[in-house]
Design a protein around this ligand. Structure first.
Ligand SMILES: NC(=O)c1ccc[n+]([C@@H]2O[C@H](COP(=O)([O-])OP(=O)(O)OC[C@H]3O[C@@H](n4cnc5c(N)ncnc54)[C@H](OP(=O)(O)O)[C@@H]3O)[C@@H](O)[C@H]2O)c1
Length: 302
C-alpha cells in the first residue's frame, strides 16, 4: 500500500517546522507532535518567517504519537533527551528509513529505538532556525549531509531550498559538527556569552586547549581534521555566528534540559573506551550540568 505521506517530521520545533514547511512545497508532509494536544495546536497553523523576511502561516497535517500514519521517510528533529520517544514513533511509521538531523551524537540510540528491520542513521545540518514566541524564524538554509541511502530525501530537500547532499562525506560532516558543538555549546552556556566571545584572546586559549584534548579521541572515531584545521574551522564558524546565542546557552537561559549528554557526554564515553583522559571537557560537562541546575532552581546533585 502506498504510504499516505512522503515525509513525516518527528519533532516539529524550530528546525522541524522549517524542514516540514519547505518540503511541503514539493511533497506530502506531516508533523508528528509530542501529544494529541500539541498536534491540534499545530494544525491551527504556525507563523514562519523566511530568511528573506517573508512571513506566512503554514498549515500542515499534524498527529499525536499514536495516530501518525505511514510515510516513506521520517526526519527526527527533537532535542537529544527526547530521542528515544521520537525514534520509536519514526521507526513505527517510516517505510524507507529514518534520518536524524539532531545535534550531538545519537546514532546508536536512534538505531536501537527505531527497532529491527528499519534503516536509520544520523546526518548533519548547518541549517538554522529559532523560535520567537509564536513565530518560527528560518535563519539560514545552511547545508545538510545525509547517508547515501537517503539520496531521494537529499534531492527533495535541495529542490525545496535546503541544499543537501547524500554520500560518504556525511561521516566527516557529522564528526566535524560534533567537534564544533563540543567547544561552542558548553563554553558559551557556562560563560553566558554569544559565540563571538570565544574569539577573545583569553577564551581562544581555552578553545585551543579543548581542541587539543579532544582531537585524538575524535581522530580515533574517524575525524580527518587535525588540530590546526579544526581550529581554523572553529574560527570560521565563530566569525560567521559571532552574535548568535548557541542552542545550549538558549536552553540554559530558558531552564530547559540541554544536549550536554549527546555532545560532551558522548565524548567522555569515547575517551573512557580509549583510556584517554579528558579533564577539561569533564570539567566543562560538570559546569554545564551545574549551570543548568542553577537556572532550573534545582538542588545540586552528583
Ligand atoms: N534550531 C537550529 O537552528 C538547529 C540547527 C542544527 C541542529 N539543530 C538540532 O535539531 C534538533 C531540534 O532542534 P530545535 O532547535 O528545532 O529544537 P526545538 O525547537 O526545541 O524543537 C524540538 C521539538 O520536538 C518536540 N518533541 C519533543 N518530544 C517529542 C516527541 N516525542 N515527538 C514529537 N515531537 C517531540 C518538541 O515539542 P514541545 O514543543 O511540545 O516540547 C519541540 O517542538 C536538536 O538536536 C538541535 O540541536 C537545531
Amino acid at each position: 500500500m502506498r504510504p499516505e505521506f512522503d515525509v513525516v517530521v518527528v519533532g516539529p520545533g524550530a528546525l522541524g517546522r522549517v524542514f516540514a514547511a519547505r518540503l511541503a512545497s514539493r511533497m506530502r508532509v506531516a508533523l508528528a507532535a509530542r501529544s494529541d494536544e500539541r498536534a491540534r495546536e499545530l494544525e491551527r497553523g504556525f507563523f514562519l518567517a523566511g530568511p528573506g523576511g517573508r512571513e506566512g502561516r503554514v498549515f500542515l497535517p499534524a498527529f499525536g504519537p499514536e495516530a501518525v500514519p505511514p510515510a516513506r521517510w521520517a526526519i527526527v528533529l527533537v532535542k537529544g533527551p527526547d530521542t528515544e520517544t521520537a525514534a520509536r514513533v519514526a521507526g513505527r511509521v517510516a517505510r524507507e528509513g529514518v534520518v536524524s538531523l539532531q545535534n550531538g551524537w545519537v546514532r546508536e540510540r536512534l538505531r536501537r529505538a527505531v527497532g529491527e528491520g528499519v534503516w536509520a542513521d544520523q546526518g548533519a545540518t548547518t541549517a538554522a532556525a529559532k523560535r520567537e514566541g509564536e513565530r518560527t524564524v528560518w535563519v539560514s538554509p545552511g547545508r545538510t549531509w545525509l547517508p547515501e541511502r537517503a539520496r531521494p530525501l537529499a534531492k527533495a530537500l535541495t529542490a525545496a531550498g535546503l541544499p543537501a547532499e547524500a554520500g560518504p562525506e556525511v561521516a566527516q560532516r557529522r564528526l566535524e559538527k560534533l567537534a564544533i558543538n563540543l567547544v561552542v555549546n558548553p563554553l558559551t552556556a557556562v560563560l553566558d556569552r554569544p559565540n563571538g566571545a570565544l574569539l577573545e584572546p583569553e577564551l581562544w586559549g581555552v578553545v585551543r586547549e579543548l581542541v587539543a584534548e579532544m582531537q585524538p579521541v575524535l581522530a580515533a572515531r574517524g575525524l580527518e581534521l587535525g588540530e590546526e584545521a579544526l581550529l581554523a574551522r572553529l574560527r570560521e564558524v565563530l566569525v560567521h555566528t559571532a552574535s548568535n546565542t548557541s542552542s545550549m546557552l538558549a536552553d540554559v537561559r530558558a531552564g530547559r534540559p540541554t544536549e550536554i549528554e549527546e555532545i560532551t557526554g558522548v565524548l567522555l564515553g569515547w575517551g573512557r573506551e580509549l583510556d584517554l583522559p579528558l579533564p577539561r571537557h569533564a570539567a566543562l560537562y560538570r559546569l554545564v550540568r551545574a549551570t543548568q541546575q542553577v537556572h532550573r532552581g534545582e538542588a545540586f546533585e552528583e
